[in-house]
Design a protein around this ligand. Structure first.
Ligand code: 13P
Length: 253
């Protein structure tokens, strides 16, 4: 059975105090409301990682992730953070290929392939994002666009390494816009991605790959999205900054 995952992407939000409060509330609700069988991943900005990790402690089912890592192993790369450093702080996941990084920081498919390799080599689970712009969706080439993103950055991996990757489908037109993909649109794309994975790595690995949906997911639409057979959870932006909303999404399976 593939893993159900709800990951919160805090993006560039939350001061120290705000991050501590949000984390404590999420940890308490997760425990008090006896949530099981859903892995929660908190992905705060880098400085939060250590204190958030301390607050999460040994809570089973809650993990800490980063929003990025370097494509390089170590050395004179001022301002960068390596996968090895993240792993040494107990980080388990790393978001890679988010559309904001592709667009604002010009991250290419090749660079992302190198980042994915660094993450896996250091024991981190990449949450690899793909998704199309409104322009591409309108042109009707959305399916080939996301397939190409996977092929270009992931399909050099061995089957063993590919099995360590989580995919997040995030249509750019739905991110932060309040305009979610419909559950049917999400299902259609997730199924296409799973077929694409199966064509390269076989059905067994494809069936075990968790594919998350991201883009204006909220407590009001998560249930319908998560009811779809190929939607294994969510990568949540805005709604992950409010503990009640985030936990309600976690409970939407
Ligand atoms: P929103 O949930 O704010 O639309 O953001 C989605 C996202 O980009 C998560 O990575």
């Amino acid at each position: 059975m593939r893993k159900k995952i709800v990951a919160g992407n805090w993006k560039m939000n939350m001061t120290y105090d705000e991050g501590q409060k949000l984390t404590s509330e999420i940890v308490n609700m997760y425990k008090d409301e006896a949530i099981q069988d859903v892995a929660v991943v908190l992905n705060p900005p880098f400085p939060h990682i250590h204190p958030v990790k301390k607050l999460v402690g040994d809570t089973a089912g809650i993990y800490v992730g980063a929003q990025n890592c370097s494509d390089k192993e170590a050395g004179a790369f001022t301002g960068e953070v390596s996968a090895k450093i993240l792993a040494s702080f107990g980080v388990n996941y790393v978001i890679l290929g988010h559309s904001e990084r592709r667009e604002y920081f010009k991250e290419s498919n090749e660079l992302l392939a190198a980042k994915v390799k660094q993450a896996i080599a250091n024991g981190l689970t990449p949450i690899f994002c793909c998704g199309e712009s409104l322009e591409i969706r309108t042109a009707g080439t959305h399916e080939s666009n996301v397939k190409f993103q996977l092929t270009a950055s992931l399909f050099d991996l061995s089957p063993e390494d590919f099995s360590k990757v989580v995919i997040a489908y995030e249509p750019i037109w739905a991110i932060g816009t309040g305009k979610t993909a419909t559950a049917d649109q999400a299902q259609e794309m997730h199924a296409a991605l799973r077929r694409h994975i199966a064509s390269k790595y076989g059905k067994e690995i494809a069936n075990e790959t968790s594919i998350l949906y991201g883009g204006s997911a909220n407590p009001g639409n998560a249930k319908e999205l998560f009811s779809k057979p190929d939607v294994d959870g969510g990568l949540i932006g805005g709604a992950s900054l409010k503990s009640r909303d985030f936990i309600d999404i976690v409970k939407s399976f």
